[in-house]
Every structure is written in C-alpha cells, then in structure tokens.
Design a binder for this molecule. Structure first.
Ligand code: ADE
Length: 250
C-alpha cells in the first residue's frame, strides 16, 4: 500500500513512522510512505499556508493553492492512478474498525492533515474524496489523526503482523466483542492470582471462560457492540446468565 501524507508539520509524522511496526512495514515493502510539506508549495513571500476567512470571523483558513499543488505533485509520482484522498477533520465520518478495513483495501491513500479553523471549501469539494474524524473531540491539528489512520490500516496489510500480533484484530473484528482479560507469568503477583482455569490445561474450559469474560466485558463496557456482534446460541445463553448476575449486583 502507498500512503502520502500532506502536512504543515512533517516532523510530527516523521517522529512516529520510524518506529515499531510502521517502520517494519516500510522495511518489508508492505508500506510505501511519502510525507509532503505543504509549506514547500506556498508561493508567496511568507510561504503562507493559511489566510483570513472571507466574510470575517475568528480563526484562519487553509489556503487552496499549496494544498492542491502538494497533492498534484504527489499524484504525479504515479501517472494513471489516483489515490483515495482523505481529509482529517472533526466533521468527518467517524473512524472505526469497519472504516479502517475499507481503507486498508485501497492501494493508495493520500491524507491531508487539516488545520486552523478549517480548510477552504474548494479543497473539500474538488480534492478530497473522504473526510474522517477519529472521535468527537477537537485536536490542535490533523497530524495525530493521520497517524492513527496510517497505523490502523498498516497493521491490516498482508505480512505486517506476525501470527501472535494478529490475534487481537481477529477477535475484535470477527465477532465484534471486546477482548477477554489476559494474564502472563507469574501465576501469583503480590497476592493476586491468575484465574485457576487458565492454569488447568483444559482447552475447552479455557475457551468457554474466555468467551464468557469477553461477553461480560462487552456487556459492562460497550453494550452497544452486542447489537452488531456475531453471537451463537451458547453466547446468547451465557449473556442471559451474565445479565442476571449483573442485575443481582445492582
Ligand atoms: N482535527 C481536529 N480534531 C480532529 C478529530 N477529532 N478527528 C480528525 N481530525 C481532527
């Protein structure tokens, strides 16, 4: 997959993409990343990327010319192909694992990091294909959202994760439940013990316990996920029990 990031703070992106799995993905050739500094495409004396809003009011607006020229220069790297162009903005559709999965299937993404009070509407209308928000809160700029999108789509590329690392995605996406609690050695730490069933070596009971804890956690923390989750008859039965336990504690 190729990803181009257009930003006025390339250092912010560079600080992150040289580490961990994002670095490994690039080393392996699973991710080709290009970071573009929008300011390099500003033509005026002050190299401005923002300007006052027509009609007045507070805040600045991202100018169209540098953003378009940065995007068009990046696009010229692959003639005949066009990226899926994303703008990061709190006004976009909300990112979730379904959206991530959709984006991860594209072979070229371009992410324009939004800034200031907003971007000139002509950027939205004539350059951007998709507007994405990472959640209902307001950040100082679109770099962190761009990195989050990049991270989430990269880990879904073939051969990026090892078999051990991929488990989380499978359990979250395949059935839509939260993860069960995890434990590692030691079996006793400061008097806190690992649940006995996990030490039993009984695979059937371990699976049942994990499923139940997954359901318990989802019911307690994210009951909204249960409506869309893939549940078996056994799950439904466990849920009835868990709800009863839950009500008894109230
Ligand atoms: N820019 C500022 N806040 C944002 C958010 N929540 N999501 C995406 N881009 C943003």
């Amino acid at each position: 997959m190729r990803v181009d990031i257009l930003t006025i703070f390339p250092e912010m992106i560079q600080a992150v993409v040289g580490c961990s799995i994002l670095k490994r993905a690039q080393d392996k050739g699973a991710l080709t990343l290009a970071v573009w500094n929008i300011r390099d495409f500003a033509r005026d004396r002050h190299r401005s990327t923002d300007d006052y809003p027509y009609g007045g009011g507070a805040g600045m607006v991202m100018k169209p010319e540098p953003a378009f020229e940065a995007a068009e220069t990046a696009m010229a790297a692959e003639p005949g192909r066009r990226p899926h162009v994303i703008l990061t903005t709190p006004q976009g559709r909300r990112l979730d694992q379904d959206v991530v999965r959709g984006l991860a299937q594209r072979d070229w993404l371009m992410i324009l990091c939004g800034h200031y009070e907003g971007v000139d509407e002509r950027i939205r209308e004539h350059l951007v294909d998709d507007e994405i928000s990472i959640g209902d809160y307001v950040l100082t700029g679109g770099e962190l959202p761009a990195l989050i999108i990049l991270d989430a789509v990269t880990r879904l590329q073939p051969d990026v994760l090892g078999s051990e690392e991929s488990v989380v995605e499978e359990s979250f996406s395949e059935d839509g439940l939260l993860e069960y609690p995890h434990y590692t050695r030691p079996a006793e730490f400061r008097g806190w013990n690992v649940p006995g069933v996990l030490l039993s070596g009984h695979h059937g009971e371990v699976s049942r316990w994990r499923r139940r804890e997954s359901l318990r956690r989802t019911l307690k923390r994210r009951p909204d996920l249960l409506e869309r989750a893939k549940l078996s008859a056994e799950d439904a039965r466990m849920l009835v029990e868990l709800k009863e336990e839950h009500d008894e504690h109230d």
